[in-house]
Design a protein around this ligand. Structure first.
Ligand code: 3H9
Length: 688
């Protein structure tokens, strides 16, 4: 292996390059290499100034996250940065691409900073459940002042060179170009000026406008239940309250507390699974098919959203609708979505001008498409018809995909003469916004068709997860089960509002009844009718009543909530629920928030374990990804399987057994839960 830190000289300038692909992470060899390089610079009489650069596409992506949780090896990053800052000759950081986390902290330890236009500079540690632990909380405030530093440290979002320059975090911006050249130019100028070493730790931080207690309250309100943001602010306030060294000691202590926290474990799990779920061992050597043009059938919300997602990724789209009016309407919807993307800075005006969208009523227009995604009404008869027409017009080797959310894809595939070319691509609404894509593999789907599904996911910047065929695939199948557990709690005495509030406090973006209102109560109603009676599942008669009353949720202004000045609770709904309880002879009991969360999560984990046990999801992390990226599961809890591991699978099993006393048919433990509880293995171990 070549050494990941190079030292060379260019006249009187030492150029120190971090070369550790793919992101120049500060693993052990890099840290040791940096200390050696800066020792050498100190002793190199010919070198008067040093330029630190990163090889490849960025400066330094941060500490090596894969080392977290393993025994620490010297030199530690704070000591490496102290070594750089202690250099008696000036050091310039020349930043391109990104300087993130420990990468930015290294730059802060340098004496001068130049960033190439377009670079991202940030401290994203809080998004990993951590805080900047290599002096970032002490050096950034000394350069940028407390207000800007607190924003960056607790928000975790990177800033542009322009903003960084405004904050005083960098000294200059180099126009487009190479970091090395920008660093050399700046170093030459500094030499000519006779510039000297300029340790950031010698500076004094401009005080914060708001005090520490106010920041703490603000962060608790902004990130309820999460600890990293508050600890990060606490550390940063050391920059004005304490001498530099004591501030560093406090930072380290708080960093270590976070390193041990379950939230850190969950957030780093979420970071890695975003990439890992789409790497499937069985597809390692499989080449995807070409993917230059996409066809879409149906221009409703889903079809238009999928078309928008494809165009945003630069893929030409041909969309087929049944009538010219419908085709025109779809065209208008997609155009509006794209204009919105330009307004939000998600698409350039040039890319908007190049957007390649055709809407038509002719299936024949799809004859040369590489992939067609059907997004029509959820009826097997309609799908049969569509797939028959596609089979007739599409070229050999093209892929026929369905966006169905529950229909049997084997049955759909069987209606064509080419079942190997058929798969499910299940998008989530709005399809150009939601990150999740379930790639549903039917019995006869060819491996290169699956690989193309994942390739599409990558191009659309989605988190693509493999799922097998069953009613609801991974996500909607599990959802049906935990929704049933919530309905059981309503029947027993909880109100929908209490359930929503408890689960929102747990960390869900929205409680299940607000979600139901958003999706439309008619949708949930239709699903239940289709599924028919299920063992142990209570029929929510109140929901039938709300449907009959035309209370379909947000779209009608009323559902579980009344939508006037936000979502308001409604006594009428509670009265309907009371009537239902009375009809069943149920005396409501008090159900506390803990019980609500425990039951809901037990139902979710139990069904998820069945989904994994049956091979619908290949690995527990696939379930975590689906719930995190498609169902508003709190990222800092890492997904239901991570939650189960952290809670203890035996504890979840015991809870299920307790709930089973009243409803044994619904609360049967999944075989995998029994097996893991008995062997002491975890879901996490199954991911290895
Ligand atoms: C920190 O710094 C703590 C310090 O304050 C204190 C320490 C004492 N480590 O995203 P990509 C992998 S915390 C290890 O596709 P891009 C990634 O998993 C750290 N691995 O590239 C992927 O692996 P694979 C703070 C990492 O060009 C591969 O590299 N830093 C790390 O689209 C390529 O990644 C962050 O939070 C890492 N730090 O984007 C930055 N980073 O190929 C996190 C990436 O096997 N990283 N990998 O799937 C990022 O935001 C992006 O990766 C980055 C590059 C913008 C850097």
């Amino acid at each position: 292996m070549t050494h990941p830190v190079h030292y060379e000289t260019d006249g009187s300038i030492a150029v120190i390059t971090v070369d550790n692909p793919p992101v120049n992470a500060l693993g052990h060899a890099v840290r040791a290499g940096l200390v050696d390089a800066f020792d050498r610079f100190e002793e190199d009489g010919a070198a008067k100034i040093a330029v630190l650069v990163g090889a490849g596409r960025l400066f330094i992506g941060g500490a090596d996250i894969s080392e977290f949780g393993k025994p620490r090896r010297e030199p530690h990053l704070p000591d490496v940065i102290a070594r750089i800052e202690r250099s008696t000759k000036p050091v310039v950081a020349a930043i391109h691409g990104a300087a993130l986390g420990g990468g930015l902290e290294v730059a802060l330890g340098c004496h001068y900073r130049v960033a190439v236009a377009g670079a991202k500079l940030g401290l994203p540690e809080v998004t990993l459940g951590l805080l900047p632990g290599a002096g970032g909380t002490q050096r950034l405030p000394r350069l940028a002042g407390m207000d800007a530093a607190l924003d960056m440290i607790t928000g975790g979002k990177p800033v542009t060179p322009e903003i960084a320059a405004e904050y005083g975090l960098i000294d200059r911006i180099a126009p487009d170009g190479e970091a090395r050249a920008a660093g050399l130019t700046y170093a030459q100028e500094l030499l000519a000026e006779g510039a000297t070493a300029r340790p950031t730790s010698n500076l004094t931080a401009a005080p914060a406008t708001k005090d520490a207690a106010t920041w703490d309250q603000l962060l608790e309100a902004r990130h309820p239940g999460q600890i990293s943001q508050r600890r990060a602010a606490e550390a940063a306030f050391g920059a004005t309250a304490l001498p530099f060294d004591e501030g560093l000691t406090q930072e380290r202590r708080l960093f270590d507390t976070l390193m041990e926290s379950p939230q850190r474990e969950a957030l780093i799990h979420a970071f890695f699974l975003e990439k890992r779920v789409s790497s499937l061992p069985e597809l390692k050597d499989v080449e995807p098919r070409p993917l230059d043009t996409v066809g879409i059938i149906g221009g409703g919300t889903m079809g238009s959203g999928i078309a928008t997602a494809c165009i945003l990724a630069g893929i030409p789209v041909t969309l087929v609708e049944t009538t010219p009016e419908a085709a025109e309407k779809a065209h208008a919807t997609i155009s509006k979505n794209l204009d919105g993307a330009v307004a939000r800075g998600k698409m350039s005006a040039e890319a908007r001008a190049r957007a390649d969208l055709t809407t038509t009523t002719e299936y024949q227009a799809l004859s040369q498409a590489d992939l067609v995604i059907e997004a029509v009404f959820e009826s097997m008869n309609v799908k049969r018809q569509v797939f028959g027409q596609l089979d007739a017009v599409m070229k050999d080797g093209a892929i026929l995909a369905t966006n169905t959310s529950y229909l049997d894809i084997n049955e759909i595939a069987a209606t064509t003469s080419r079942p190997a070319d058929v798969l499910g691509l299940h998008f989530f609404s709005p399809a150009h916004v939601m990150r999740l894509l379930e790639v549903v593999v039917a019995d006869n789907t060819a491996p290169d068709v699956v690989a193309t599904g994942f390739a599409l996911g990558k191009r659309l910047k989605k988190v693509a997860v493999r799922a097998g065929v069953c009613d609801g695939f991974i996500g909607n199948r599990i959802l049906s089960h935990y929704r049933a557990a919530a309905n059981e709690m309503i029947l027993q005495g909880a109100s929908p509002y209490q359930i929503d509030a408890a689960l929102e406090r747990f960390g869900f973006a929205m409680g299940p009844y607000k979600v139901a209102d958003l999706a439309g109560l008619d949708i949930g109603h239709a699903t239940r009718k289709r599924q028919g009676p299920r063992p142990g599942v209570v029929n929510p008669d109140w929901d039938d009543r709300l449907n009959e009353m035309g209370r379909l949720g947000r779209k009608t202004g009323r559902g579980y909530y009344v939508y006037e000045d936000g979502a308001q609770e409604d006594p009428e709904v509670l009265a309907i629920i009371d009537e239902v309880r009375a009809k069943h002879g149920i005396t409501p009991r008090d159900i506390g928030d803990d019980e609500i969360c425990n039951r809901y999560m037990a139902a979710m984990v139990n069904e998820a374990a069945r989904v994994v046990g049956e091979g619908i999801a290949k690995r527990p992390m696939d379930v975590d990804a689906v719930l995190l990226f498609g169902y508003g599961f709190p990222r800092w809890r890492g997904g239901p399987m991570m939650y189960a591991d952290q809670t203890g699978i035996g504890t979840i099993r015991d809870r299920i057994r307790t709930y089973a006393e009243a409803n044994p048919e619904f609360w049967r433990t999944a075989p995998l839960i029994d097996e893991l509880s008995e062997t002491g293995r975890t879901f996490g171990e199954m991911n290895q």
